[in-house]
Design a protein around this ligand. Structure first.
Ligand code: HEM
Ligand code: HEM
Length: 244
């Protein structure tokens, strides 16, 4: 066995930006004042994660072997076999995702989608979405805890520093299981699109109205609970007329 490439650069960049972005959005929601200067960045970070997620979904269809969603789909017997192996302290090692981590990953990606979509619907005035937004955020946090427990179990069971694989992209394996490119050009395109989207959201941010506009789409998004809502005079989807 040798060190072989399994995770391309776009997947690794997505992973760490998602991890940092999720923790930051959650941290701001927990600890920052909802009407303070930091809260709008909660929403901007969330909208950036939304864009990254769309790009990750595309990559899940056309990307390299272990980034494609096809490599995440295991049948029930593989999942049962995997958990039996964990309990018994044996069982096979997978070069890509194992059946347990595959479903945890799919659940984390799906839940990120629910968190972002409910955030957007909520800021467009859907009050019922507030509950969905808050509950889905904590479900996602719980899934992250399961994910990290899985990483720990794998690290101990196979005496392998698996965390390093999502940094360096490599694992121990047979050369036939390797992907043949780290896809640096796709990584540059991913970073460029994400940065342009984030830059556009920050450029369009108006601290007076507490709104921003989605680049290219021209859709206005409320970045925090509007004062109308606080005063009970209306809901946050009221259009703010330009008064200057
Ligand atoms: C220090 C913290 C973390 C470590 C060490 C870590 C480690 C890893 C590893 C080793 C993998 C590859 C799993 C496999 O081979 O099956 C992975 C994948 C993944 N992790 Fe994490 N993780 C961390 C934090 C997070 C957080 C906070 C999130 C979510 C908010 C997250 C979401 C994911 C996702 C979605 C994948 C799949 C990547 C993809 O294919 O796009 N991770 N992580
Ligand atoms: C991964 C991304 C995100 C996470 C983890 C997250 C998490 C949270 C959490 C935990 C709260 C506090 C809920 C409560 O205690 O009631 C919150 C509030 C809020 N979020 Fe997010 N959120 C994310 C993305 C978004 C997005 C994309 C938007 C809008 C486009 C958004 C808009 C808001 C607003 C306006 C509030 C204040 C709600 C209120 O209490 O009135 N969030 N978010």
């Amino acid at each position: 066995m040798a060190r072989i490439l399994v995770y391309d650069i776009p997947t690794r960049l997505f992973h760490w930006l998602l991890a940092i972005g999720f923790m930051s959005a959650l941290g701001i929601a927990q600890f920052a004042d909802e009407h303070g200067g930091l809260f709008p960045y909660h929403t901007i970070i969330g909208l950036v994660l939304g864009m990254m997620l769309i790009l990750r979904i595309v990559w899940g269809l056309i990307g390299t072997r272990y980034a494609r969603f096809g490599s995440f789909l295991f049948g029930p017997s593989a999942v049962i076999g995997y958990f039996k192996g964990v309990l018994a302290g044996n069982g096979r090692r997978y070069v890509g995702h194992n059946p347990g981590s595959s479903y945890a990953i799919l659940a984390m990606l799906a839940m990120t989608l629910v968190v972002v979509a409910s955030g957007m619907l909520m800021s467009a005035g859907g009050e019922a979405m507030e509950e969905v937004h808050s509950v889905s955020s904590y479900v996602l946090l719980a899934l992250v805890a399961v994910h990290l427990a899985g990483v720990l179990v794998h690290t101990i069971r196979h005496r392998e520093n698996i965390s390093a694989s999502i940094v360096t992209g490599t694992k121990e394996g047979e050369s036939g299981d390797a992907i043949n490119s780290a896809k640096p050009l796709t990584a540059i395109a991913f970073m460029l699109l994400t940065a342009l989207w984030a830059g556009g959201l920050i450029r369009n941010y108006n601290s007076h109205t507490q709104q921003t506009m989605l680049p290219l789409l021209g859709v206005t998004v409320e970045l925090s609970e509007s004062e109308h809502e606080e005063a009970g005079h209306g809901r946050s989807y009221q259009r703010h007329e330009d008064d200057d």
